[in-house]
Design a protein around this ligand. Sequence first.
Ligand SMILES: NC(=O)c1ccc[n+]([C@@H]2O[C@H](COP(=O)([O-])OP(=O)(O)OC[C@H]3O[C@@H](n4cnc5c(N)ncnc54)[C@H](OP(=O)(O)O)[C@@H]3O)[C@@H](O)[C@H]2O)c1
Length: 247
Amino acid sequence: MKIDLSEKVIIITGASSGIGNYLAKKYCEEKCKLVVCYNKNVDEAMKLESYLKNKGCKYMLFRVDIKISREVVIMMGKVVKKFGKIDVLINNAGIILDNTLLEMSDKQWDSVISTNLTGTFICCRECAKIMRTQNFGKIINISSLKGQIGSEFQANYCSSKAGVIGLTKSMAKELCVFGITVNSVCPGFIETNLNMGMETKKERATSESLLDIKNNLDSLSCMLAFLSSNLSNGVTGQVFNVDSRLI
Ligand SMILES: NC(=O)c1ccc[n+]([C@@H]2O[C@H](COP(=O)([O-])OP(=O)(O)OC[C@H]3O[C@@H](n4cnc5c(N)ncnc54)[C@H](OP(=O)(O)O)[C@@H]3O)[C@@H](O)[C@H]2O)c1
């Protein structure tokens, strides 16, 4: 059995850093047509662009703030114009702004909810409008174990990621009639800009994991490749913990 992503048009949000950046480079090897997005990190986006160019990948690069509907609509429109369709959307972009519950400002709450949850919703909604006309599409929302079990100092982040799971399940029920699948994936701990320097979190993840956390990123990319491929056509509304922590 072979995972075949060739000729698929795949959008990855948050590709200028961490998980999204790694995925973009992995997917590029699969001969798909890649759409990679970033928000603020122009330098890393340019590095990714030259990487994709050197590899001969068919790609489009967008600077898009997923919180802003207008920017997302324009991007999706340009993708369909150039590549003719959208097969897969991976909603990966996300942020954290940790604080104690008692000291968390409205702004810290709103920023995380509006990026991680509202931004994901906007991308899902706009992409689903296009996928509905194709009668096919796969949406994968990156959530987090923290959205299932909670975490101190991360009420905003955990709420946003729990929301992403609710969004995923609701969309799966509503969009199945259009041949669109919607699933959520919760990565294990992966060291990126998101959690850089958070040694306590890394130590905790390491001690709670039954297996070596070094394998988390590879396993994640394999799970996402499966969910992006036709091999997963019978799977929707699910939440996959790609992790060896038990809950
Ligand atoms: N790392 C982990 O252990 C872990 C575990 C569970 C879940 N996750 C989830 O995995 C996803 C990726 O995390 P990561 O660790 O790779 O984080 P990261 O290295 O900080 O990357 C986050 C990406 O999201 C983009 N982004 C942030 N705000 C955006 C916005 N408003 N519009 C568009 N793009 C935006 C960033 O773009 P710019 O830098 O260009 O602004 C960046 O490319 C997140 O959803 C995170 O919650 C991560």
